[in-house]
Design a protein around this ligand. Structure first.
Ligand code: TYD
Length: 206
């Protein structure tokens, strides 16, 4: 039995912690791998380096590079794991590009979807968990983090609100019921439990 499950959410949703804890719980029952792009796949890592360390770039170039890195990770890591009948738990996937590049950067969700559909070639996730943090709680968590780094950039907060709005649009238009929305304003233990339960519920049906 294989399954491709993605976890999505804006900064401040607790995604990284939730993913780690849920992966540990699932590993007691399932043959799972937990990954994120570029996930150690060499060409994907090199593309990511340009994205993160290179100079500021055109937003369509940025979208194309995310899609290229996605393809390398998919082919190099996700597909082989699915072929070995594993449950793949992936931190961010196509929906991140749709929300961040498509909606928040303003390229347009459908424009970004078209290059990503080329990249994923039909391999949409079976299940996508969205950690739904309210703008207010997300903003407070981000401000707290930024204070720790001693910089507060108003633009980050406006961008954050757009990312949240972008995800909400994707969920509204989710025709095949791929998304499960988890209330991520709750404390982290509750979020971990609800995420775990949703994934188990899906896996038990397979
Ligand atoms: P990362 O440090 O992995 O952040 P997080 O812990 O929030 O996942 O950096 C990923 C950043 O890149 C994050 O701000 C989201 C953004 N991103 C995109 O803009 N488009 C994408 O397709 C992906 C995968 C990530």
């Amino acid at each position: 039995m294989s399954a491709f499950i993605t976890l999505e959410g804006p900064e401040g949703s607790g995604k990284t912690t939730v993913l780690q804890q849920v992966a540990e719980k699932l590993a007691t029952e399932y043959n799972i791998i937990s990954t994120r792009e570029p996930g150690g796949v060499n060409t994907g890592e090199q593309i990511r380096k340009i994205l993160l360390e290179g100079e500021a770039m055109d937003e369509r170039t940025e979208a194309l590079l995310f899609a290229a890195s996605r393809r390398e990770h998919l082919v190099g890591k996700v597909i082989p794991a699915l072929e070995e009948n594993k449950v793949v738990l992936c931190d961010r996937y196509i929906d991140s590009s749709l929300a961040y590049q498509g909606y928040a950067r303003g390229i347009g969700i459908e424009e970004v979807r078209s290059i990503n559909e080329f990249a994923i070639n039909g391999l949409y996730p079976d299940l996508t968990i969205y950690l739904d943090v309210s703008v207010e709680v997300g903003r407070n968590r981000i401000i707290k983090n930024l204070r720790q780094q001693n910089r507060l950039d108003q633009e980050d907060l406006a961008f954050h609100e757009k990312v949240v709005a972008g995800y909400h649009q994707l969920i509204k238009e989710d025709d095949n019921g791929r998304f499960v929305v988890i209330d991520a304003d709750k404390n982290i233990d509750d979020v971990v439990n609800e995420t775990y339960k949703s994934i188990i519920k899906y896996l038990k049906k397979l």
